[in-house]
Design a protein around this ligand. Structure first.
Ligand SMILES: *Cc1c(COP(=O)(O)O)cnc(C)c1O
Length: 969
C-alpha cells in the first residue's frame, strides 16, 4: 500500500454540494458538454475577467481556525468601562448555545412565510413587548440596525410628520453619543435639515423646529428630568425623540410616562456580545397614531384559517417593495437574530432578574463614586445609573497609565474620565479601580471605608425619576427561569420554524447558501466578542488584520480600489454608496446632480435609498425580454444630462439574466456625467467570472449575508460593505469617535466604525477557505444548479427571461400568472410548498404573480430534484384543478398549508384525501415538516393591530368576530 501524505481536506468540496457524478448528470440534463461551456453560454464574453482571482491559497477548515486563533490573539481583551452605547454582557449559556450558535435559528430567512415561522415571530413579539414595557410606549418594531441609525430614522419620521412644512430645524442635545450625532448629520444633509446642537436646558425652542432628540441617561451618565423640556417642545408642536438605555429603564421612569413621542436605542446589553461594534438590535417605539409612518418590521397578532392565534409581519404596505421612493425607510434586513436574543434575555431573567441586575450595576456605580469621593476626586455627574464621571486634573495621565496596567479601558475626555459599569462588573473590580485611583494619590484601598459604603448604598436617582410602573408582567417573562424550562421554550419555538436545517430555501435574490459551521465558530470567541468598538488602536491588532485582509480580498473580487466595511445591510450600503456619489458631485461643484435613474425592475430598497440620499427618481423601462430598454435609458440620460447623479442597476439583473448591454449602459451614464451604482445582491453570479468594475460600475455594495455566507438570522444580521473606484475613495464614510477619515469622508452611516464587525469574520473565513479557484467554482456551480432547475421545470412553468443563448444566470423567474384563470394564485403555490416540506422561493419579486428560484451552489442534485419534484407535483395539482378533478375552491392548494391538527382532526370534509393533503409525494414522509398554523390572515391583523404579547385570556375570538380569511377557508 502506497501512502499519500500530501492529502489536504478541501473546504470547497464541502461548500459546493454537487459531486463529480452528479455534475456530469446535471450537465447532460442542461445540454452542456462541460461546466465551462455552460458558463460561456451564460456570461457574455466581453465582461469576463481576463485573469483568475488573485487571492491567497485556500486553507482547510482546521488550518483556518488555527490561523484565525493567532490573528484574534492580537486583540487585547481589556476590561471595558468605556460605555458610550456598548457594554460587556453575560450571554446566558442556554441562549448562546441554542440560539446564537444554533443553525436552527441562525439559518432562517425573514418570516415572509409566516406559517413556518411562528417560532421566531413569537420571539420577536416578545422583544417588542419587552421594549414597550420598558419604554412605556404603545407600539414597537422588531428591530433596526443600530442605535445611531434608529435615531436618524426617528428624526426623519418626525420630519415626515411635521405639520409646518417650513419647519426644518432639528434640535440635538449635545449630550447624545457622538456617533449618533454623526449619523444624524449624514441623514440631515440631503434634505437640508438644520441640526441645532446644544444644551436642552438653555436652548430656545423655535417655530422652525419640527423635532428634538435627547438621551436618557445622557452620554456622560447624567440622568436628567426632561419632563419640562418635553412639555415645552410639545407646546411648540415639536416632537421629542428619546435615545434610551434599555437596562437603565428597569430603574428609571420610562420616557413614555414623561412625554416622549419616540424612544430608540440599542438592546445590546440584553445579552448580546459587543463584538467590536455589532451586530446588535436597535429598538424603535412610538405612539399608536404613528404606526403607519414607523420604519422597520412590526410583528403583529392575527388569526389563521382555523381562527387560531397566529403571528405575521404587520402593515407590510409601508415597506419599500410597495411604496418604493415614498417608503418611510429603506430598512430591509434588520437585526432579527439579535432582537430574538435580547427578547430571550428578558424571558430568561424576567422582571425580578432584570431588576436585580440593574440594581447591582447601579449600586456598584454608587459604591465606586462614593469611594472615589472619599479619595478626594471630584465627581461631575450627580444623578446617574451606571456611569460616573470625574475631573482628574493633573492625575489624568497617571490614571490612564494605571488603568492600562490593570488592563482596563476607561472613557477619557481631556482631563476627565468616565467609568461605565455593566453586569459583568464585580465588587472586586470596583476595588481594583479604587486601588489605582488611590495609588496615584499615594493612598491605598484602606483609605476608603469600602465595607461601610457597600452596606449603605442608596439610589441617587431622584424620586420622580424612579420607576414605579410594572414591566414584563406577561406570563412569558415569568415562566422560563429554570434552565430546563428555558431550553424547552427555545426548542419549542425553534421547532415551529423551517430553516436550512430542514431543506433548501431557494430564494431568488436573497441567496440562502451554506453558512458553514467553521465560518460561524469564531463569532463567539471572546477575543472577538468582548472587544469594545472604541478600544484604543493598540489593542485591536487582530481585528485590524482581519479587516485589512477582507478589504483587500473584496477589492480583488469587485475590481475596486477600496471598500468601506461600515454599512450594516445591503440597503444601508446603497444609502452609503449614493451619499458617496453625492459628495463626489458636490465636491466638483456639480450641486445640481440629483437624479437617479432606476430600472422599473429594481428592488424596492433602490428607490427608497435614493430618496433618502435626497435624489429624485426617474424610472427606466425594461423591454419585453426583461432587459433595460437601452433606448429609453439613453433618452433619459441625455434629457437629464445636467442633473444626472447616477444609475442604480442590479447585475445580473433582478430578472436573473446577464444583460449583454451592460457595458454600453454604463458608458451612456458616464457620457452624461453620471456615476453607476451597482446593487450587488446578485454577486453570487459574478464572483471570479466578472466584476462590478469590469462592467463599468463606480460603486457597489455586497450583501455579505447573501454572497459571502453570513447567515440571514431570520431577518438579520447582515453586512453591506461598499466597494468604490479610485476617484470615490476619499468620500468613504468616516466616524466621529474612531478616526477612519479618507480625506473628504462623508459622516458615518453606522454607529460603529466597522459596522457589525464580529460577523465580518464569517465572510473572511469563507474567502480564506475557498480561495480564488473555489470562489469561482462556487459561482459556476450556482449557475449550473440554476440551469438544472430551469431545464427540469421549464416544461411545467414558463421561465420568464433568459440570456441570448437561453441560459439563466444563478436564478430564474417561474411565471405563475396564467393559473389565475382557474383561481390559483402564486400564494397558493407558496403555501402548498410547505406541505411538501419546502420554503417558497421569492414570491412576486421582481414580477407580480411569479416566483424567483435561486438554488445556490451549496445544494446537492438530490435536494434540487426533491424541490423540482415538489414543483412538478404542484403543477399537476393545478392541472387537476383546471380539468375539474379537484374542486375549484376546496383543493389542497387553496387549503394549504395543512397542519397536523387539521390532518388528524376527527372531521375531514374535503374532497381530497388526508394523504394527498399531507404526504403528497413518497419522499415527504422522511422530511415532513408540519406548519404550526394554517394560512394566516393578513388583513384581519392589520385591522386590529396588536403588536405585543396579548394577555392569553383576552385573546379568544367570538365566532362572529372571525371574518372570512382572505385566502379561502
Ligand atoms: C436583498 C436585496 C437588497 C437589500 O439588501 P438588505 O441587505 O436586505 O438591506 C437590495 N437589492 C436587492 C436586489 C436585494 O436582493
Amino acid at each position: 500500500m502506497k501512502l499519500n501524505i500530501d492529502y489536504q481536506e478541501k473546504f470547497q468540496a464541502r461548500h459546493i454540494a454537487p459531486n463529480e457524478t452528479d455534475t456530469a448528470k446535471m450537465l447532460k440534463t442542461v445540454g452542456a458538454a462541460s461546466l465551462d461551456e455552460l458558463i460561456g453560454q451564460t456570461v457574455p464574453q466581453k465582461i469576463r475577467l481576463k485573469n483568475p482571482l488573485n487571492l491567497p491559497a485556500a486553507k482547510s477548515e482546521f488550518d483556518y481556525l488555527n490561523t484565525l486563533k493567532q490573528t484574534a490573539s492580537k486583540n487585547k481583551v481589556f476590561k471595558s468601562y468605556i460605555g458610550q452605547g456598548y457594554y460587556d454582557v453575560i450571554v446566558p449559556g442556554v441562549i448562546q448555545r441554542n440560539i446564537l450558535e444554533n443553525p436552527g435559528w441562525y439559518t432562517q430567512y425573514t418570516p415572509y412565510q409566516a406559517e413556518i415561522a411562528q417560532g421566531r415571530l413569537q420571539a420577536l413579539l416578545n422583544f417588542q413587548t419587552m421594549v414597550l414595557d420598558l419604554t412605556g410606549m404603545e407600539i414597537a418594531n422588531a428591530s433596526l440596525l443600530d442605535e445611531g441609525t434608529a435615531a436618524a430614522e426617528a428624526m426623519f419620521m418626525q420630519y415626515s410628520l411635521r405639520k409646518n412644512t417650513k419647519a426644518n430645524t432639528f434640535f440635538v442635545s449635545e449630550e447624545v453619543f457622538p456617533q449618533t450625532i454623526d449619523i444624524l448629520k449624514t441623514r440631515s444633509q440631503p434634505y437640508g435639515i438644520e441640526l441645532v446642537i446644544g444644551d436642552h436646558r438653555t436652548v430656545e425652542l423655535t417655530d422652525e423646529m419640527f423635532g428634538a432628540i435627547v438621551q436618557y441617561p445622557a452620554k456622560d451618565g447624567q440622568v436628567y428630568n426632561y419632563a419640562d423640556f418635553a412639555a415645552a417642545a410639545h407646546a411648540k408642536n415639536i416632537k421629542l425623540t428619546v435615545v434610551a438605555d434599555l437596562m437603565s429603564l428597569v430603574l428609571l421612569t420610562p420616557p413614555g410616562e414623561w412625554g416622549a413621542d419616540i424612544v430608540v436605542g440599542t438592546s445590546q446589553r440584553f445579552g448580546v456580545p459587543m463584538g467590536f461594534g455589532g451586530p446588535h438590535a436597535a429598538f424603535f417605539a412610538t405612539k399608536e397614531e404613528y404606526k403607519r409612518s414607523m420604519p422597520g418590521r412590526i410583528i403583529g397578532v392575527t388569526i389563521d384559517s382555523a381562527g387560531n392565534y397566529a403571528l405575521r409581519m404587520a402593515l407590510q404596505t409601508r415597506e419599500q417593495h410597495i411604496r418604493r421612493d415614498k417608503a418611510t425607510s429603506n430598512i430591509c434586513t434588520a437585526q432579527a437574530l439579535l432582537a430574538i436574543m435580547a427578547g430571550m434575555y428578558g424571558v430568561y431573567h424576567g422582571p425580578q432578574g432584570l431588576t436585580l441586575i440593574a440594581q447591582r450595576i447601579h449600586g456598584l456605580a454608587i459604591l465606586l463614586a462614593k469611594a472615589l469621593g472619599e479619595l478626594g476626586y471630584e465627581q461631575l455627574n450627580s444623578s446617574y445609573f451606571d456611569t460616573v464621571k470625574f475631573e482628574l486634573g493633573v492625575l489624568a495621565g497617571p490614571i490612564h497609565s494605571e488603568a492600562l496596567n490593570n488592563e482596563m479601558n476607561l472613557h477619557y475626555n481631556g482631563s476627565t474620565a468616565s467609568i461605565t459599569l455593566d453586569e459583568t462588573t464585580s465588587p472586586e473590580d470596583i476595588k481594583t479601580i479604587i486601588r489605582f485611583f488611590a495609588k496615584v494619590k499615594g493612598k491605598t484601598l484602606n483609605d476608603v471605608n469600602f465595607d461601610e459604603l457597600k452596606a449603605s448604598l442608596e439610589t441617587v436617582i431622584p424620586a420622580e425619576l424612579q420607576r414605579q410602573s410594572e414591566f414584563l408582567s406577561h406570563k412569558i417573562f415569568n415562566s422560563h427561569h429554570s434552565e430546563h424550562e428555558m431550553l424547552r421554550y427555545i426548542k419549542s419555538l425553534e421547532a415551529k420554524d423551517l430553516s436550512l436545517c430542514h431543506s433548501m430555501i431557494a430564494l431568488g435574490s436573497c441567496t440562502m447558501k451554506l453558512n458553514a459551521t467553521t465560518e460561524m465558530i469564531p463569532v463567539t470567541w471572546p477575543e472577538l466578542g468582548k472587544m469594545h468598538p472604541f478600544a484604543p488602536a493598540d489593542q485591536t491588532g487582530g481585528y485590524m488584520q482581519i479587516f485589512d485582509e477582507l478589504n483587500k480580498w473584496l477589492s480583488e473580487i469587485t475590481g475596486f480600489a477600496a471598500m468601506s466595511l461600515q454599512p450594516n445591510a445591503g440597503a444601508q450600503g446603497e444609502y452609503a454608496g449614493l451619499m458617496v456619489i453625492r459628495a463626489y458631485h458636490l465636491d466638483r461643484g456639480d450641486d445640481h446632480r440629483n437624479i437617479a435613474l432606476i430600472p422599473s425592475s429594481a428592488h424596492g430598497t433602490n428607490p427608497a435609498s435614493a430618496a433618502m440620499a435626497g435624489m429624485k427618481i426617474v424610472v427606466v423601462k425594461c423591454d419585453e425580454n426583461g432587459n433595460i430598454d437601452v433606448a429609453d435609458l439613453k433618452a433619459k440620460a441625455e434629457q437629464y444630462k445636467n442633473e444626472l447623479s447616477c444609475l442604480m442597476v442590479t447585475y445580473p439583473s433582478t430578472h436573473g439574466v446577464f444583460e449583454e448591454s451592460i457595458i454600453e449602459v454604463c458608458e451612456i451614464i458616464h457620457a452624461n456625467g453620471g456615476q453607476v451604482y451597482m446593487d450587488g445582491a446578485n454577486m453570487n453570479a459574478q464572483v471570479g467570472l466578472t466584476s462590478p468594475a469590469t462592467i463599468g460600475a463606480d460603486v457597489c455594495h455586497l450583501n455579505l449575508h447573501k454572497t459571502f455566507c453570513i447567515p440571514h438570522g431570520g431577518g438579520g444580521p447582515g453586512m453591506g460593505p461598499i466597494g468604490v473606484a479610485k476617484h470615490l475613495v476619499p468620500y468613504l464614510p468616516g466616524h466621529a469617535v474612531v478616526n477612519i477619515d479618507q480625506g473628504k469622508s462623508i459622516p458615518a452611516v453606522s454607529a460603529a466604525p466597522w459596522g457589525s464587525a464580529s460577523i465580518l469574520i464569517i465572510s473572511h473565513a469563507y474567502i480564506a477557505m475557498m480561495g480564488g479557484e473555489g470562489l469561482t467554482n462556487a459561482t459556476k456551480y450556482a449557475i449550473l444548479n440554476a440551469n438544472y432547475i430551469k431545464t427540469r421545470l421549464e416544461q411545467h412553468y414558463p421561465v420568464l427571461y433568459t440570456g441570448t443563448q437561453g441560459r439563466c444566470a444563478h436564478e430564474m423567474i417561474l411565471d405563475c400568472r396564467a393559473f389565475k384563470n382557474f383561481g390559483i394564485e402564486v400564494t397558493d403555490i407558496a403555501k402548498r410548498l410547505m406541505d411538501y416540506g419546502f420554503h417558497a422561493p421569492t414570491v412576486s419579486f421582481p414580477v407580480a404573480g411569479t416566483v424567483m428560484v435561486e438554488p445556490t451552489e451549496s445544494e446537492p442534485k438530490h435536494e434540487l430534484d426533491r424541490f423540482c419534484d415538489a414543483m412538478i407535483a404542484i403543477r399537476n395539482e393545478i392541472e387537476e384543478v383546471e380539468n375539474g378533478t379537484l374542486d375549484k375552491t376546496d383543493n389542497p392548494l387553496k387549503n394549504a398549508p395543512h397542519t397536523a391538527a387539521v390532518i388528524t382532526g376527527n372531521e375531514w370534509s374535503h374532497p381530497y384525501s388526508r394523504q394527498k393533503a399531507a404526504f403528497p409525494l413518497p419522499y415527504v414522509a422522511d422530511y415532513k415538516f408540519w406548519p404550526s398554523v394554517g394560512r394566516v390572515n393578513d388583513t384581519y391583523g392589520d385591522r386590529t393591530l396588536i403588536c405585543s404579547c396579548p394577555p392569553l385570556t383576552e385573546y379568544e375570538f367570538e365566532e362572529s368576530e372571525v371574518t372570512t380569511p382572505e385566502y379561502g377557508t
